[in-house]
Design a protein around this ligand. Sequence first.
Ligand code: NOJ
Length: 543
Amino acid sequence: MNEAQWWRDAVVYQVYPRSFADADGDGIGDLRGVVDRVPYLADLGVDAVWLSPFYPSALADGGYDIDDHRAVDPRLGTLDDVDALVASLAEHGMRLVVDIVPNHTSDRHVWFREALASPPGSPARARYHFRDGRGASGELPPADWRSGFGGLMWTRTPDGQWYLHIHAAEQPDLNWANEEVRQDFLTTLAFWADRGVAGFRIDVAHLLAKDLPEDLPAEVELAAAAPGRHPFIDRDEVHDVYAEWRALFDRYSPPRTAVAEAWVPAERRGRYACATGLGQAFNFDLLTSNWDAEEFAAVIRRNLELAEQSGSSSTWVLSNHDVVRHTSRYGLPQGTPDDPQLGRQWLLARGRTPRLDAALGERRARAATLLLLALPGSTYLYQGEELGLHEVPDLPDEDRQDPTFLRSDGADAGRDGCRVPLPWTRSSASFGFGAGGAHLPQPAWFGEHSVGAQRADPSSTLHLYRRALRLRRELRVDHEPASVRWHPAPPGVLHLARGGGWHCLTTFSAPAPAPRGTVVLASAPLADDGRVPPGVTVWFRQG
Ligand code: NOJ
């Protein structure tokens, strides 16, 4: 595959920097911490690192509330550290992808402060979405829309106007019909591309374009809007923005890449993923799938078809910083109401003994990873999944940081449980995260999942990931979406061939006969007679 196409089958490792490694011992992970661990990432065998926001931020939303997109949070480091990270990754054959958050700024951004200091109708307010309220003296919000983070999507300013924020109040939405906003983001993208950043992950890429009529529809009407006609979700004109960005990306050699975080129906994903747009879009369908052979098969088939149609490559994701870690999701009882796939039900039950089968979750998570890594397309891994880390469900309320917890008065436990700082060593104060403490408390069981403990155990999840990533490089023959050949398999089992005699078989709910070929890797031991028990993926070769 040529240099410009590196992203098509890349394995990208997501670093949530404040929780990865803390070099200066202040309890918050930093860029030097990431630089120090580049050899670890190289040894793991990933192709690129996606760094979640490291920009100055009050952390009202874990760094997704950005004060200045072209600077580094001083608690995390300096621009020189970014350069050092790019250089060190390159030395080890890896690339850097950074997060861009174009839908909103923080309320501390110079533009928003200027907007608050300026009168209604001023150019400074036109960079955001300000509105007068309803009611005799504008005391009612312009619409009853509720934020997914809890509370209203509108907040009133001291002079009586209201501003729109789809997320937290500290994240005012930008007005993408404003030329200055558009130009400024082109400057930001070039700023990072010029520093050697290889690609961008675009936060809520489906929300930028807005058409907010004089009479705003009520919340119930929003829910009924047809795809492309919603006032702020997945509007067609958002692609004009990405066409402009693509022109900028293509001026670089190799062209800069971008992946859309767009929670849109599968059939609309190609608009983001096409070559004239961002080029790739996250496929989150497995995040909402149960551990079920038919569900997985349907998602895989559908997404390979979609990748083929859009000319992009598919993306496979099991975990990220927004969802309950999949090791835990797969250990929860299935088929219960309340969104069990994302484990929300379990999160809501935090503090009580969760009905979690930890060993089952780990077994299935290992099997799922081997299945994903056998597929064409790129795979996004989330820090800690290579350690088989579980969600931390029982953080004390006073330690929780996520606005979804704070804005829902604790009704939603939020996402802190997947953001607890990584354990690097079996013991020591913060399990080797840093010389100081950790900004979210780590549970005692982190020790046995630490990098140190897993290195010493050849059957560990860390070793499985390392072996799988090496073999994936050696074995891969064809990464075209259409290259997968499905083989007949008993119910509850998936079997696919990848060319060159390479096969992948996953037993979801039923055992399978011994594979006919040489087993090159298995996510768990096979039976003495070679049969594959449930909850295992085997890679084997024929001929
Ligand atoms: C998606 C990010 O992944 C999430 O962490 C963040 O809270 C929202 N976008 C808002 O930026």
